[in-house]
Ligand binder design. Structure first.
Ligand code: GLC
Length: 557
């Protein structure tokens, strides 16, 4: 392995939604001690870096993405001692831990915002974005800026007769990054957690940090809703509210802060949206910005050979060395991967093989490894604040959004982790009411059931993750298309190549069609192959009948 490849480019990340992962104290809500108790499982699974959604002090109106104290831990998740114990235990296993930083906004119950509401002259007033309304009478919002969920992003504050801006929901007021005191305070938060030993940060809606200083109206657009490659929508182009040049400059400033912590190096991954070029701009021209950004097109791209090849090609073009793409098939905001593959295990295995062999950093979402499904919850029963906001949307429109990969009730992808077939799925003791109901399939779809089954999805993930850990070419090799094999368009074939002495390479064949294909592997003699269908490690035979939706990985013996 070339020493110059930093660990965060070679790693695999597993996202834990702490509330739903494991309940250590039996109150129905997942917590830090629950996670601590599952480290053996995670290590055996073979993931290397754990990303935890926020567990800081919060009224939990957006389940932690509304922080009221960035340095304190919400009691339902544990204590600072629990956080330290977790960091220590993760490191003791040679693993890494990433925190989720919400820099853009705070909770409206944050002491800063409570102070800011005291009036126009309050000490922390200018820590948020306040404006007079439009005349006459100031009763219209200051300008046309919309929130990321549609509707005006401005919220009227009666007592001071002014409006404050929120990129997301009204109880998440945006911080004013044009105030140097805000920037200093938030960089202080970042330094604080890195000093505690955290290995990286996932940056929540990073693209929204800076807005136009002149508060100009956003221009009109015909786009009704945002898509993965184009965040503009709700009939405007958000040119003055997202991707502001000052946000890109801030990415570089933040990078310098992160680089203060070099032993070991740390990393940043940004939640930003847009086309590959926009996304890349967050990493800086000279790779001096965010280390990684999420590429969410994977969440909605069609799953056939041509589309997958295009995805890889686009990512390769936009993120050449020293940049690195990311591969994501689910998170706490999106429909689960099992929806995309319609619960077909072979297809889930195929996507796992793609994610874990293609060039880039894979991000797995908890439960993906056992094929957990979305748990349909009617909008009006949703605890998710986004569900509450869209409660009046008629069902056909909900379905329309869903088809575009937009989940209006994010409870659906946050149901508790299914550990066993027992009551409450081993998430919380039987008899306790979990914060969200378990999926009804938890009796059959669970870790315990798949643990000993060599054909299970879990076994397949373990196999692929072990392969990736063992094969430097899969962690750091360049990607080369195996075009010379002239395979049918639905077979995506590439090799990962590392120019070492001796050179290492791994060939990957992904069959996105249902029809079998015969592969001529004559030139790959002396190697072994691993199949997502059989799991077996077999010597390469000259010809191999690749079945429908099967992935084959051929590695040096
Ligand atoms: C991000 C988070 C989402 C949260 C929102 C507001 O998109 O992923 O869960 O609700 O930001 O913080």
């Amino acid at each position: 392995m070339p020493a110059s490849v930093p660990w965060w480019k070679r790693t695999t990340v597993y996202q834990i939604y702490p509330r739903s992962f494991a309940d250590g104290n039996g109150d129905g809500v997942g917590d830090l001690s629950g996670i601590l108790g599952k480290l053996d499982y995670l290590q055996a699974l073979g993931v290397e870096t754990l990303w935890l959604s926020p567990f800081f002090q919060s009224p939990q109106a957006d389940f932690g993405y509304d922080i009221s104290d960035h340095l304190a831990i919400a009691p339902e998740y544990g204590t600072l001692a629990d956080v330290r114990a977790l960091i220590h235990a993760v490191h003791a296993r040679g693993m890494k831990i990433v925190f989720d930083m919400v820099l853009n906004h705070t909770s409206d119950e944050h002491p800063w915002f409570l102070d800011a509401q005291k009036g126009r002259g309050a000490a922390k007033r200018d820590w948020y974005i306040w404006r007079d309304g439009r005349k006459p009478a100031g009763k219209a919002p200051p300008n046309n800026w919309r929130s990321m969920l549609g509707g005006s992003g401005w919220h009227y504050h009666d007592a001071s007769d002014q409006w404050y801006f929120a990129s997301f929901l009204g109880f998440q007021p945006d911080l004013n990054y044009r105030n140097p005191a805000v920037k200093a305070a938030m960089l202080g938060v970042v330094r604080h957690w890195f000093a505690e030993g955290v290995d990286g940060m996932r940056l929540d809606i990073f693209n929204a940090l800076f807005k136009d200083a002149a508060f100009s109206d956003n221009p009109f657009s015909w786009r009704p809703v945002p898509t993965e490659s184009n965040p503009h929508g709700y009939f405007q182009r958000h040119v003055h509210t997202i991707d502001h040049p000052d946000t890109l400059a801030f990415a570089r400033e933040l990078r310098q802060v992160v680089d203060e912590f070099s032993d070991p190096p740390r990393f940043l991954v940004g939640e930003v949206f847009g086309d590959a070029t926009t996304l890349r701009s967050y990493c800086g021209e000279a790779a001096d910005g965010l280390h990684l950004v999420f590429l969410f097109e994977t969440l909605t791209a069609p799953l056939h050979g041509r589309a997958v090849r295009k995805l890889i090609r686009d990512f390769e073009a936009a993120f050449p060395e020293p940049f690195s793409p990311t591969w994501v098939f689910g998170n706490h905001d999106r429909p689960r991967l099992s929806v995309r593959v319609r619960g077909q295990a072979a297809k889930a295995k195929l996507l796992a093989a793609l994610q874990l062999t293609v060039r880039g950093v894979p991000f797995l979402y908890y439960g993906e490894e056992i094929g957990m499904e979305n748990h349909a919850v009617p909008l009006h029963e949703g605890l998710d604040p986004v569900a509450k906001r869209f409660q009046l949307v008629p069902q056909p429109l909900v379905a329309w959004f869903r088809r575009r990969g937009i989940l209006l009730n994010r409870d659906e992808c946050r149901s508790p982790m299914q550990w066993t077939g027992a009551g409450n799925g081993g998430f919380t003791p039987p008899g306790v009411t979990p914060w969200l109901p378990l999926h009804r399939n938890s009796h059959t779809v669970n870790v315990a059931a798949q643990d000993a089954d060599p054909d299970s999805l879990l076994a397949c993930y373990r196999l692929l993750l072990a392969l990736r850990r063992a094969e430097p070419a899969l962690q750091a090799g360049a990607l080369r298309w195996l075009d010379e094999l002239a395979l049918p368009p639905d077979v995506v074939a590439f090799s990962r190549e590392l120019a070492e002495d001796p050179p290492r390479n791994v060939a990957v064949f992904l069959n996105f069609a249902a029809a079998p294909v015969t592969l001529d592997l004559g030139s790959l003699a002396g190697r072994v192959m691993v199949s997502t269908r059989t799991g077996a490690r077999l010597p390469v035979a000259p010809r191999y009948a690749l079945q429908g939706h099967e992935a084959l990985v051929v590695v040096a013996a």
